[in-house]
Write a new protein. Sequence first.
Length: 160
Amino acid sequence: MRPAVNMTKIFVCLASLLIFSSCAQVASRTAKNVDLSKYKHPYIIHSLTDGRGMDKIITRELIKLGYDASSGPQTMMPKYADVVIRYQDRWTFDFTTYMIQIDLQVYNSHPANLVAEDSYFRPSFTGGSEVDMIDVVLKRLFKAHVPPIPSTPPLEEPAL
């Protein structure tokens, strides 16, 4: 009877390992001699297939890194935008809906040449939120400007 208990434990361990293990795949490519941190005004073009506001999340995360980012339809791109970001997101349902892939392409605004792209594929719901995935991609592509914009307002000093 003892061997059955050991086999059960082994089966449970293997099943847990199989269920909770997922391999995240990341791929990044930047054109030679391109430093994306020199761009100050990225514009994120809203994807027509996006119903989850991913352009707003990407914009918010770039602002946290210190960039003057904005988003919207391509026809509303401001003249001062120096780099354009396009994205594709893939979602799946497995007890809950979660993002499994985010692809970003970074273009010069004039002329529209591809200068960098990044892809993050995480086939499991155990890895974190879509904001976490976007952060991974953005931090690999864009260096934080110094100083980054604080996420909380500074504490006020007492008046003397």
